[in-house]
Write a protein that binds this ligand. Structure first.
Ligand code: 5GP
Ligand code: ZN
Length: 137
């Protein structure tokens, strides 16, 4: 499979690796929103969030928390965003599941361009009902 992140896992492509365990790999994003922008990936290839088995999620979410804590303390950032893009519409460009950890600073130039909507009448309940009906956790 022609996947750039699998190549990084297999050490066929270079990356600035921060952390490696049996299940998880973390390295710096090549095009950072802010310096220190970090990716955390499952070593096994899964296309996106919904295809990741739960045991793998346990491993990766722990790594994301630890790495975020070190980023916050060592880079002295004022906060950080944890982002997962799923699907082209959501901005996913590499179809190998990954978290972004993006260090944030007061007044930095990263902005989500939001056009916030308003629910009319019963619409909020309709949306909630659709989601609730299928929820089994
Ligand atoms: P996505 O848009 O899929 O959520 O994020 C993919 C991220 O991977 C992007 O932020 C992009 O800069 C990063 N990326 C793509 N190719 C490479 C690469 O070869 N090396 C590294 N270190 N990062 C990459
Ligand atoms: Zn892959």
């Amino acid at each position: 499979m022609d996947c750039v992140f699998c190549k990084i896992v297999d050490h066929e492509a270079h990356a600035e690796i921060l952390y490696e365990s049996e299940h998880v790999l973390s390295f710096l994003d090549i095009n950072p929103v802010n310096f220190g922008h970090t990716l955390v990936i499952t070593k096994k290839h899964y296309d996106d969030f919904l295809s990741v088995p739960r045991e793998e999620l346990d491993h990766i979410i722990r790594a994301v928390q630890s790495i975020s804590g070190v980023i916050q303390s060592k880079l002295n950032c004022d906060g950080f965003n944890i982002v997962i893009n799923n699907g082209i519409a959501a901005g996913q460009t590499v179809r190998h599941f990954h978290f972004h950890i993006i260090p944030r600073y007061h007044n930095d130039d990263f902005r989500f361009k939001l056009n916030l909507k308003k629910y009319s009448d019963n619409l909020m309940k309709e949306y909630a009902d659709k989601i609730r009906a299928e929820l089994k956790i």
